[in-house]
Structures are given as C-alpha cells and as structure tokens.
Design a protein. Structure first.
Length: 60
C-alpha cells in the first residue's frame, strides 16, 4: 500500500517489481493528464468515445 497527498494505491506483491520498473513512465503519464486538465480537459477521450457509441442508451 502506497499513499501520498493525491491518493492511495495498492499494488499486488507479484506486480511490485514490474510497477517499480515503470515508475518513470507512470509519472510521465500522470503529469500529462494534469497538463490536459489544466488546459481545460473535462473528461478523457475514451469517455467521450464511449458516450457517443452504441454501447450507451439514454433514457428520458
């Protein structure tokens, strides 16, 4: 279990080494999301794509 000011994450012991080896990649991805939010992102593209797909049914 790891925690910081932004939240908490639980990493399975079997995934710990692989995750640790990717920490720079993960940090870069998180920084990219923060930049996009600061630039006005209100929801990720995959959510927009899902909402516009035939997998979502709107009911009035």
């Amino acid at each position: 279990v790891f925690a910081d000011d932004d939240g908490v994450v639980v990493i399975a012991l079997g995934e710990l080494e692989r995750t640790a080896n990717r920490i720079d990649e993960i940090a870069e991805a998180e920084a990219g999301v923060v930049r996009r939010v600061r630039d006005g992102l209100d929801r990720p593209d995959f959510i927009t794509d899902l909402l516009e797909s035939d997998r979502v049914q709107y009911i009035d």
